[in-house]
Design a protein around this ligand. Structure first.
Ligand SMILES: Nc1ncnc2c1ncn2[C@@H]1O[C@H](COP(=O)(O)OP(=O)(O)O)[C@@H](O)[C@H]1O
Ligand SMILES: [Mg+2]
Length: 197
């Protein structure tokens, strides 16, 4: 029998709640992720996925509970590697312009821009990936590539936290479903679905 203790989680979210504009966006969320692990936040538009990622990145603070940024020295190592890829082209555009490729980059389709963002993600080589809707605008091959680079990153001990409203295949991921924030009014499409018309 092995006496080795299981490794401590690198990401430990303890009863997290988050307010935005005096409204409760997240309520009592708990999650743990280990090195090489993946957390997938699923939820409809407005359910709080981006808010959750921004809080993990340290851009906003939880109104209650504990995130790694409040815990010991582990957090500083964990988040020191964080680099935002927010924005269409992020800060790669000046570099592309310098190399005479700016116009080309500006003419890319949305899916191609998404691929460029993923290429930058690989190039900067960070241990923790926070990916907000990474598969939006990608074609089927692009989604497969995304799933592949996530798997390879995890094999090297990297961690991935993905927020998505679309299905994505990530092996052994922990799935966290965020409930819709406002019960939506029924649309005619919902009614057709509900009554099987
Ligand atoms: N900058 C902001 N100021 C105030 N409220 C916001 C802001 N951004 C988002 N929200 C609100 O927070 C809720 C969650 O938004 P968000 O986290 O972007 O959802 P998701 O990413 O799941 O679509 C939404 O109801 C939205 O109206
Ligand atoms: Mg979002």
């Amino acid at each position: 029998m092995s006496l080795r203790k299981p490794p401590l989680p690198r990401l430990l979210l303890n009863n997290i709640s988050c307010m935005r504009n005096a409204q409760q966006i997240l309520r009592h969320v708990n999650a743990t992720v280990h090195d090489g692990g993946a957390l997938v936040l699923m939820g409809t538009n407005g359910s709080g996925k981006t808010t959750f990622l921004r809080m993990l990145a340290g851009f906003s603070k939880p109104s209650a509970g504990q995130t790694p940024s409040k815990r010991s020295s582990q957090s500083s190592t964990m988040f020191s590697g964080l680099k935002s890829l927010e924005g269409k082209m992020g800060n790669s555009l000046p570099a592309l312009e310098l190399m005479g490729l700016g116009r080309l980059a500006k003419e890319l389709s949305m899916g191609q821009r998404k691929r460029l963002q993923l290429a930058r993600l690989l190039a900067i080589d960070r241990p923790i990936w926070l990916l907000d809707e990474p598969s939006v605008a990608l074609d089927a091959d692009g989604v497969k590539l995304l799933e592949y680079i996530i798997a390879e990153h995890r094999k090297k001990g990297g961690m991935v936290i993905v927020a998505t409203h679309l299905p994505i295949e990530i092996e052994d991921a922990t799935y966290l479903g965020l409930p819709p924030r406002f019960p939506r009014r029924m649309t005619s499409i919902d009614m057709l679905d509900r009554f099987n018309i």
